[in-house]
Write a protein that binds this ligand. Sequence first.
Ligand SMILES: NC(=O)c1ccc[n+]([C@@H]2O[C@H](COP(=O)([O-])OP(=O)(O)OC[C@H]3O[C@@H](n4cnc5c(N)ncnc54)[C@H](OP(=O)(O)O)[C@@H]3O)[C@@H](O)[C@H]2O)c1
Length: 322
Amino acid sequence: MKNLPLNQYISHASQLVYGCMAIGGEWDFNPLTKDQTQHAFAAVDAALEAGITVFDHADIYRMGKAEQAFGEVLKSRPNLREEIVLQSKCGIRFEDEHGPKRYDFSKDWIVTSVENTLSRLNTEYLDLLLLHRPDPLMEEEEVAAAFDALFDSGKVKHFGVSNMSGVQMQHLNHYINQPLIANQVEMSLTNLGFVDEGIYVGNPDGQHVNFTAGTLQYAKQNNIQMQSWGPASQGKYTGAPAALTAQEEATKKLVATLAQKYGVATDAIVLAWLMRHPSNIQPIVGSANPKRIKASAEAVTVTLTREDWYALYVSAKGVELP
Ligand SMILES: NC(=O)c1ccc[n+]([C@@H]2O[C@H](COP(=O)([O-])OP(=O)(O)OC[C@H]3O[C@@H](n4cnc5c(N)ncnc54)[C@H](OP(=O)(O)O)[C@@H]3O)[C@@H](O)[C@H]2O)c1
């Protein structure tokens, strides 16, 4: 078992995270139904059986119903709380009577959002709170005051961010009193910027690279856990119905060949590709299908060879290495 940066702070954190965005029914304000709650129980059970201990939420997922459904699980199994790692996010506000969709890192919003999250989850504390997306109107001192209030009251044990660059993390770390310990960004075979930014330095082909240089390096030097959202590319290479280009078909075929070679499911190969990177990435499994959750968890048994890792990168990128 690999030692993750996160394990320095939370020893029972698993290598995979279960993403709870797909539980809790539709993205609406209708009450949670019995079926939707049962669906959540099945997904959470599959994740637990597969050895996953970290559960990722956000206040906005399914308009709060993802947390509410998970709260039902915790209510029925009080012993579970201490065995798992619960993380949630705040800072995105959808359009409402007060205004348009916006980001909000004000102290009031951060604290209120966490209190609502705790109530929906039926828990006294979060192991980890992430700021969901950078707020250009962020006042650093307000974030620091919000973190202090949540930490001192025991409502949040650790803090992190999401969709931030290395410089943004460094900047925030300068003001806050608790270290950032995680950053969640999109990384996958369809979102290759995190690899491209290192490979295409000084190369004209790198002008469209969409990942801020220095992010992985800052995280590694400061023991910040990188988590990847969208790690399975919504099933693009593992069987989800999609119109694929010839290159994408070739990548899907390669994923299937490697699945046979390593004796695991294709779902595991795409995650194993991320986990082979020395940044110790923690993929967030987003499926709500128990079979797929189980298949994805086979990723922890695979270490891709350098050759297979590069073959997948080059195939997904669709161009030869410079
Ligand atoms: N921080 C952020 O800004 C941010 C943004 C987005 C997500 N997240 C987090 O990251 C987690 C994962 O993100 P994600 O959901 O985009 O990840 P993902 O694992 O790449 O995609 C999961 C989705 O793809 C479908 N899928 C996967 N394999 C499939 C296959 N072989 N055939 C058919 N469908 C397939 C799943 O459907 P089934 O349920 O049917 O399997 C599910 O809808 C979320 O749950 C959330 O916790 C964070």
